[in-house]
Ligand binder design. Structure first.
Ligand code: UN1
Length: 480
């Protein structure tokens, strides 16, 4: 059995979670300890007690630890990628890409541990100087989703450690294997003081609640559903804990008449369907200007039908299964709803039976959809994309911004003027020109607006805004 990691020790539990390979549900990926309130409390206490030792480490020693973890992730990327593909269902090349990103994130934050600093300012008062410094926040609860089971934990855990915090990590219940593998690497090569990093696997309802409600947890960084995010926000706001939320998206990709058609189609295919559409940054609304509309839909239909759906571990697979039965049911119910409301199904949207029992669904492309339909208002989180026809650029921009979300947006155009206007007027936190709305760099800020995100940005050196507290110190030097 794979155990939880608390105070530098591997600790068993009375119950286990058996997780299944979504490409072949006969394959049990492993048996993982289920955490509970008591283990969560032990981990929180260990993380809190560890801070005293952890702050005595030099930034260089912290940097070296992060570097070792990053190097090991990169060295093991093939093996970790296989585990990720087997456990979550994204195709192997994407899985190895995700692991590579995670390794790079640790190495980036190794540099950050040394680089980040404060400010020294003159005061408005004579003889006084002002220092603005940054201190660790303390114990950080890291709560992560199943869709990027290595990269998202990495981009929360690495900055938390770089800036001197301790961590209790609660991964999504569907992907304990990836979390356990990451914890094993941190245990083996991190050399961190006991209790600085802890892993307590779900059930999320118990362990997540324990983290969010504990007065000893100073900050919660969360990526997941809007519903859970709102509950975390309410509880953290009441008890005065810091929180950072990354939630849903309903990301528009605008295709203008002057776009390069082939590039627009490949951009839309990647953005909408890669990672089986299970990204909060997926390009789920394709907003297409009327002059290019018919040829775009035709080429998109052909390209969607040509996608190879299959076992995530097979080398020729482009689209893996969806991650779980619950996700499959949700996707199918949105597809049925769209059909009932008169949208035209151009391709896919069908349950696929292959030799292995898995959660296979052919990527669904709808045309003749309206922006006010549930399929265009709500996040599906599956391989489902819609085309919405726009009269002109202004109409397309208005449709793009007409959403409760604001994570990412994109535009395909050869006009620099239009691209520049769109970058300025898009209501999303991230804007892509001639690129899919998904697929971000690891060294620049990541985050959205409106219902998508709350709190300071993740990633890059902007991450310090969340993972440190600012202190302003005034000094009147005497006898100078
Ligand atoms: C990406 O698009 O490269 O949960 C990353 C998600 C996002 C990560 C997307 N937080 O899908």
């Amino acid at each position: 059995m794979h155990e939880n990691y608390i105070n530098g020790e591997w600790v068993g539990a009375s119950e286990v979670n058996r997780n299944l390979n979504p490409s072949d549900t006969r394959d049990v990926v492993g048996e993982y300890a289920r955490g509970d309130d008591a283990q969560a409390r032990q981990a929180i206490d260990a993380a809190s007690d560890a801070l005293e030792t952890w702050v005595t480490w030099t930034s260089e020693a912290r940097a070296d630890a992060l570097d070792r973890i990053g190097d090991r992730i990169l060295a093991d990327k093939q093996q970790l990628g296989e585990l990720l593909a087997r456990e979550e269902g994204k195709p192997l090349t994407e899985a190895v890409g995700e692991v590579t990103r995670a390794g790079r994130v640790f190495k980036f934050f190794a540099g950050e541990a040394i680089r980040f600093g404060g400010e020294f300012l003159p005061s408005v008062r004579p003889g006084v100087s002002v220092e603005v410094s940054r201190e660790p926040v303390g114990v950080v609860g890291v709560i992560t989703p199943w869709n990027f089971p290595i990269a998202i934990p990495a981009w929360k855990i690495a900055p938390a450690l770089a800036y001197g915090n301790s961590v209790v990590f609660k991964p999504a219940d569907l992907v304990p294997g990836c979390a356990w593998a990451l914890a094993s690497i941190i245990d083996e090569v991190g050399g961190l003081p006991k209790g600085v990093f802890n892993l307590v696997m779900g059930p999320g309802s118990k362990v997540g609640n324990a983290l969010v409600s504990s007065p000893r947890v100073n900050a919660i960084t969360f990526t997941g559903s809007s519903e859970t995010g709102r509950r975390i926000a309410a509880e953290c706001a009441v008890r005065g804990a810091k929180f950072q939320l990354e939630m849903g998206g309903k990301n528009p990709l605008v295709v203008l008449d002057d776009a390069d058609l082939e590039l627009a189609v490949s951009t839309a295919i990647n953005g909408a369907f890669f990672s089986t559409g299970q990204r909060c940054t997926s390009s789920s609304r394709l907003i297409v200007e009327k002059g290019i509309h018919d040829s775009f839909v035709k080429r998109m239909r052909e390209a969607t039908q040509a996608l190879k759906v299959g076992n995530a571990l097979h080398p020729d697979t482009q689209i893996g299964p969806v991650a779980s039965q619950a996700q499959l049911d949700q996707d199918l119910s949105y597809i049925e709803g769209a059909k009932r409301s008169g949208c035209r199904l151009e391709a896919g949207g069908e349950r696929l039976s292959l030799e292995a029992p898995g959660y296979y669904l052919t990527p669904a492309l709808f045309s003749q959809t309206r922006n006010d339909m549930p399929i265009n208002r709500e996040e599906v989180f599956g391989p489902v994309a819609t085309v919405i026809q726009a009269e002109d650029y202004e109409h397309a921009l208005a449709l793009a911004n007409d959403t409760i979300y604001g994570l990412s947006s994109g535009i395909c155009t050869q006009s620099l003027a239009r691209a520049t206007h769109f970058k300025r007027h898009s209501g999303a936190g991230m804007v892509m020109v001639n690129l899919p709305t998904a697929g971000v760099d690891y060294h620049v800020p990541f985050g959205g607006r409106k219902g998508s995100s709350y709190g300071p940005r993740e990633q890059g050196s902007y991450a310090k805004e969340f993972f440190t507290n600012v202190k302003t110190s005034y000094t009147l030097a005497q006898g100078v």
